[in-house]
Design a protein around this ligand. Structure first.
Ligand SMILES: [Zn+2]
Length: 298
């Protein structure tokens, strides 16, 4: 589903990249072969190639149009970025801005950019190359960054965080995709829960990174939750204790995942993780002491 409504709010998906990304055994820190054998058939082939075990993934952004404000949630990998730690996302030349335009929005139509967290695949289109410089892509927008990640990922603070997991894979993003936004004075650095527009709230859900924030949008009794990388794949709905190998704090990441799954189930919310292939958005039901996914739209 590439466009849907949440009450009076319109939501549009803008895809940057699609492909296969590792296998469950390689992606999940808590991988358990027996649990995988028990749960894999419940995951549709659109999310998991059942012959090769390849995870089907997307890099995608979401536009939320309130009629009054236009919000862009997550900004992918970006073009022309130097990424020695993750070559699959290096030097991309995608038509992301063309796809955004086809959805109906030019960069200057974006009022608020939200990064769910600061990682290489969530900040890329914050900036574009202009000669030797990186300049903000969304020059009219306020960029909402979570304070803990602004500190954590700044290479100048590296000495404060000796147990950092994601340094190598994320090399480069802060200086080309975050610092130029800070320097331009376009960043709002937030802590705690904050309402960024009517019916649109950010809440801290740390673990994957210290600053992970989820966005809940509500209108006329309907709710959708954009949860970034709190979960990467439907297998984590069935196995919520499985972290990705990219999660900074294992215990917090598991707690955040259980929390958002429980909230989505209790509030009958549409759940929108960052990297889901398939339908890209799901709903959650409690089943046999755990969780299962059901279609978001009937
Ligand atoms: Zn991600």
């Amino acid at each position: 589903m590439d466009s849907f409504s949440v009450g009076s709010l319109r939501v549009h998906r803008v895809e940057e990249w699609r492909g296969e990304f590792l296998t469950p055994e390689l992606l999940f820190a808590g991988f358990d072969a027996d649990r995988y054998a028990e749960t894999r058939d419940a995951v549709a082939p659109a999310y998991l190639d059942h012959r090769t075990d390849a995870i089907q993934a997307r890099i995608q952004s979401w536009v939320i149009d309130t009629g009054d404000r236009v919000i862009l949630f997550d900004t992918g990998c970006g073009n022309h970025k130097v990424r020695p730690g993750i070559p699959v996302f290096a030097n991309l030349e995608t038509d992301f801005l063309g796809r955004l335009a086809a959805t109906g929005y030019a960069p200057d139509d974006i009022d608020i950019v939200v990064c769910s967290h600061l990682h290489v695949d969530h900040v890329g289109w914050n900036t574009m190359r202009d000669g030797a410089e990186w300049v903000p892509t969304f020059a009219r927008a306020r960029y909402v960054f979570p304070a803990p990640d602004v500190e954590y990922w700044d290479p100048q603070n590296r000495h404060k965080f000796p147990n950092m997991i994601g340094e190598a894979v994320n090399a480069g993003f802060y200086d080309d995709s975050v610092r130029p936004v800070l320097a331009a004075g376009l960043a709002d650095i937030v802590s705690g829960s904050v309402e960024i527009a009517e019916g649109i709230r950010l809440d801290p859900n740390p673990g994957h990174t210290p600053g992970c924030q989820t966005m809940t949008i509500s209108s006329r009794g309907e709710t959708a939750m954009f949860v970034g990388d709190v979960l990467h794949h439907p297998l984590q709905i069935l196995n919520p204790d499985w972290n990705s190998i990219f999660c900074e704090d294992a215990e917090q990441a598991r707690a955040a995942r259980r929390h958002v799954l429980a909230r989505a189930a209790d509030e009958t919310a549409i759940l929108v993780p960052a990297h889901f292939a398939g339908d890209h958005a799901v709903r959650i039901e409690r089943r046999r002491g755990g969780f299962t996914q059901i279609p978001a739209f009937t």
